[in-house]
Design a protein. Sequence first.
Length: 287
Amino acid sequence: MLTVKPLNDVVGAEISGLDLRETVSPEVCQTLNDLFAEHAVLVFRDQPLTPTQFMHAAEIFGDLMDQQIKKFVLPGFPLVGVNSTRDLPRKNGKLQVRGENYHTDHSNSLRPPKATSLLAVQIPSYGGDTQFVDVRRAWADLPADLKDEIAALRSRHVHESSRSPRAFAKLSPEEMALIPNVEQPLVIRHPVSGVPALYLNTGRMEGIEGMEPDAAYALIDRLYTHATHPRYEYRHRWAVGDFVIWDNRSVMHQANADYDPEEFRYLYRVMLKGDALQPAFELEAQR
Ligand SMILES: [Fe+2]
């Protein structure tokens, strides 16, 4: 019996009553996809999955895509990435964690992954939470005049913005060649629910089309500060066996490096193929 419990009043739901090692029926699959479009973050506890079972569970929600950074791939499983403390460089004794500011994955891809999923294999005794903010609510809460102003804007997304607040993994020339720079709408429309959402990634946004750089970055900062307010947040505290999947078009997420670097933290990661992003509004802004 499937049970759905909202994670808080903002975003996300915990699903129980399902063993993800088992194949789900087409009806349950549809139900889960409907819940995913609505809640944007789904949490399934106590799912001790093998890499193969993890892939099958994620495939309930779509098709797996290649991992962009080949050096963080699980040996023998090219579609499964690993997020391991043993792979992380240190600076002044602190781990340099990937994803340590709010972002949406691979926003500089022509077809960014629609979803990302993590499975917790080993978790430190404290810290290392993943935070999510609902960018649909953040859009909905903007004042009407600001909505009108930004509804049809577009931003160039690159591998690493000249004003990025964080450093990205260095890619090989071959990997870089596969990554185009792409214009993305500032406000996207969800392909399933039709709900508009802000589409922000300060690490990758290289200005806004038709705006002077300083004005563009000031606007990006303003929207980012608004969208990352705790009122839009669900903070996931990991336990071993947690299967979490999120919709990159409805939430941003961030990692935290606040755990003991001597402790081992290890998660599997997969991503699901997405389509080109659709603008929520055409040039004549209409809400
Ligand atoms: Fe990420």
